[in-house]
Design a protein around this ligand. Sequence first.
Ligand code: ZN
Ligand code: ZN
Length: 218
Amino acid sequence: MRRPRPTEESRARAARITQALADLLPDEPLPASPSEPGSAGRRAARGGDCPGCGEPLQATAARHGVEFDTCGTCGGIWLDAGELEALTSGLDPIPGTGAQNEADLRARVPAPAPREADIRYRECPRCREVMNRRNFGTISGVIVDECRHHGLFLDAGELEEVEAFLRAGGRAVGEAARARAAARSMPPAPPQLETPRSARHETAATSVVDVLWNLLFT
Ligand SMILES: [Zn+2]
Ligand SMILES: [Zn+2]
């Protein structure tokens, strides 16, 4: 397999991306990932090829002993399971100040332009399985590649798009949209919930008719 050594330029670029990630890190150390307990296991799992361009990912130290796998060639970022959530946990706006609905959200952050990469399936750098594509936060329009076992890949610029979406209040708007979609796709309310109410209506209707009938014709 071709194993090119990273150039100075790609190293510098990977370091810049890692710095941007480090700036998002909370002041407290990240909790250890439950799927990969112990830093030894974590480190051993580093590496692999960039899902975006195939060049080797570069593990660069951020802070609190956290390393990120970034690609200095295409600017992509690989985040292990849970890392994106940890990085973005502090970005939600103060309650009441974020977007109230999707139209409000779009007025604050325009939907990102689709990328050519969005239509290609890519391999997880850890297990080489083909990853799923997911619309981050249901409605962000940022299409991330995700391995449900190992983590996800962000193309160059997608981290900034995720950040803008969350700072505008996109998480809450997206969760509401997902709840509505789930409610629509649910089967109609089970009969045991419907029956008593309609039965009651029928009973009431019947008794009114009965009363009228009795009044008029008996
Ligand atoms: Zn790359
Ligand atoms: Zn994987």
